[in-house]
Write a new protein. Structure first.
Length: 186
């Protein structure tokens, strides 16, 4: 397995990795009759979203997805289709409103010494972390939770970051499953 490509959030002048989600309503390709497939090990789900905030609203700005065919128009945008790139359908300038409600953790400045070759990296592995509280696509609050993630990091690094060589099969399977989840509790 491989560390996964995270979704991106463009927040003001920053490009942040989405490292946690607590809520419902982010983009789902199946809502557009898409069945993404994995073409590379670093993107098992077959797509990557780039979200952005504009005037305190959440939008899907871009989408990269593998479909084995040209994808449908989304928000009147037709994808650039090419089987020569990592993703065979590239949607740019979507500006699709996203009716998400809940929290999003978005981060930058990954601590390289905490890299594990599996799943998505959790928020505590980043030095700079923001939490967006969103209601039906409207950003209600943005708060810096970097200090809280630092405290979690200080406690978490006291234990191994992955199962040891003597771990039971069930422990390994639970750990792998957990690394692919973005759920968090606010």
């Amino acid at each position: 397995m491989t560390a996964q490509i995270p979704d991106i959030l463009l927040l003001q002048d920053q490009e942040l990795s989405i490292v946690g989600v607590n809520g419902m309503g982010l983009f789902d390709p199946t809502d557009y009759d898409m069945q993404p497939f994995s073409r590379i090990t670093s993107c098992w789900r077959g797509y990557v979203c780039t979200y952005k905030t504009l005037y305190n609203k959440l939008f899907l700005g871009a989408l990269q997805v593998n479909l084995k065919r040209e994808g449908p128009a989304i928000h009147d945008v037709i994808p650039v289709f090419s089987q020569e790139s990592t993703f065979d359908n590239i949607y740019s300038h979507l500006n699709l409103p996203v009716d998400f409600s809940g929290g999003i953790l978005a981060a930058s400045d990954f601590v390289q010494g905490l890299y594990v070759h599996m799943g998505f990296h959790p928020a505590w592995k980043y030095r700079s972390v923001f939490e967006l509280i969103v209601s039906h696509g409207s950003v209600i609050e943005t708060r810096d939770v970097s200090e809280r993630m630092q405290a979690i990091r200080n406690e978490t690094v006291k234990a191994p970051l992955e199962p040891g060589i003597n771990a039971a099969k069930e422990q390994i399977e639970e750990w792998v499953a957990a690394t692919f989840k973005l759920d968090y509790n606010s």
